[in-house]
Design a protein around this ligand. Structure first.
Ligand code: HPA
Length: 320
């Protein structure tokens, strides 16, 4: 058996956001030291363990702790957990993080669904030889943050009465926080929130056909927007405030994902209406456009026929 069990949904928890792991039913805890290639977290607020079990009947693997580029370790420590989830059978990845807000009205404690990203980390962890068995050389990142999953997030938030902002997450390399001038520049670029994680995981996940939903917990207004200088301790304190709402949101959202999980007999992910959807590497194109992958229009329940030409995502090789 795979060391991660047989999850259908992977969840990566950001700094100080461990509360979701407490809600896993019938939990089995596996330390990252037992999982080949997984990081040894060096940052407080990141536990370094996987909690396997289910949430609302959906088999999950909740990863508490992730590698960041600023830790200076192997890039594999970022890639391995994502690919291990895919290899273990996950088709959806839920990414969470702590982030600074560039919008004064979205303050500490708020939640923001990520609709797109800007990678300012100066790296792309798909660089190097491509493993064609995992995914294509040039994966599309159009609709990297899955529109249908975003709808389900919105519905979950509405159901709970939780305000859910939406916006573009810009990733910096860190570990220093940004300068006020950088924040002004990032605002011009179209960023709504800034952080030091998530985008590489999204790239690796889309490459191997995982569908992504991502939520930032806003821990601070970005540098230069308030009088208080930023610190990691302040980030962790504020994360605690948002973590409660994040846990409630994900506990409502994850059970809804059963509608998106592929029927094992069909052999590929579905779109929420039970229809198989393509992975990033598929050769199908959206109607009226040339971009393959998660951006393909998604039929709703009740649509008469599934799209023609869809195929399951490329397989990921087992964790080695
Ligand atoms: N900048 C970068 N990363 C962060 C921030 C920030 O303001 N807040 C939490 N993570």
């Amino acid at each position: 058996m795979n060391l991660l069990g047989e999850p259908r949904v992977g969840v990566v928890l950001g700094s100080g956001l461990g509360a979701v792991a407490d809600a896993v039913e019938h939990p089995v805890v596996v330390g990252y030291e037992e999982l080949p290639g997984f990081p040894r977290p060096t940052v407080s607020g990141h536990a370094g363990r996987a909690v396997l079990g289910s949430i609302g009947g959906v088999p999950v693997a909740v990863l508490q702790g992730r590698a960041h580029l600023y830790e200076g370790g192997s890039f594999d420590a970022v890639r391995a957990p994502v690919r291990a989830l895919r290899a273990a059978g996950a088709s959806v990845l839920v990414l969470t993080n702590a982030a600074g807000s560039l919008r004064p009205e979205v303050g500490p404690g708020s939640l923001m669904a990520i609709t797109d990203h800007i990678n300012m980390q100066g790296a792309n962890l798909l660089a190097g030889p491509n493993d064609d068995a995992l995914g294509p050389r040039f994966p599309s990142l159009r609709d990297a943050y899955d529109p249908a999953l975003l709808d389900a997030l919105r519905e979950s938030a509405r159901e709970l009465g939780i305000a859910l902002a939406e916006g573009v997450y810009l990733a910096v390399g860190g570990p220093s926080f940004e300068t006020p001038a950088e924040i002004r520049a990032f605002r011009v670029l179209g960023a709504d929130a800034v952080g030091m994680s998530t985008v590489q995981e999204t790239i690796i996940a889309r490459h191997c056909g995982l569908r992504i939903a991502a939520v930032s917990v806003i821990t601070n207004l970005a540098e230069g927007m308030t009088d208080e200088p930023l610190s990691h301790e302040q980030t962790l304190r504020a994360a605690e405030v948002g973590a409660g709402d994040l846990a409630r949101l994900l506990l409502e959202f994850i059970p809804r994902l059963s509608a998106f999980i592929p029927d094992p007999r069909a052999g590929g992910p579905t779109d929420g209406a039970g229809t198989p959807t393509p992975g990033a590497g598929d050769a199908t194109s959206r109607a009226g456009g040339a971009t393959p992958g998660a951006g393909t229009p998604i039929p709703r329940a009740g649509d008469p026929t599934p799209r023609a030409g869809t195929a399951p995502p490329p397989p990921c090789s087992p964790l080695s």
